[in-house]
Design a protein around this ligand. Sequence first.
Ligand code: FES
Length: 174
Amino acid sequence: MHNSSRRGFMGKAFGAVAGVGAVGSLVAMKKTWDPLPSVKAAGFTTLDMSIYPEGKLITEKWRGKPIFILRKTKEMIDSQTESQATRDIVVAGIHYMIAIGLCTHLGCIPAYIPAEKEFHCACHGGQFDWSGQVTKTPPPRGLDIPPFKIEGNKMILGEVGPEFQAMKDSGVTL
Ligand code: FES
């Protein structure tokens, strides 16, 4: 009787210590997963723009949103219209289409169709060209361009640089 109550007490004590240890480990693990406070507070994402292959859509992430990055081919640059060219973002002499990868109708993620050089939205049939301009409704406008700042070969998403400001002022970004 005495022994069993002692075992019961030991068991509870051990369980309590183990429980505290487990909570401590979870807190430590969560700290490891979380972004650094400065990164989180600022909400910036820095991209090395020299790594993107020509003509291939790469999707990055910024503030939980997909960011489409398409390094334009020479053929695209040579054949695009003036209004398509106004959406070009040029970093170190290279032309890119960069846009938030959410359909401006109701927010689905459009798929890039390389053979047609177009984005197709499966939700309601909206389409965008390779520069992100809308070519088939219901989307009310082209793909939105996130705020960015260019520094050499790097692009900082979330910061407003002069190139973004100029695009915004001319109504291109939204
Ligand atoms: S959400 Fe893309 S067409 Fe409706």
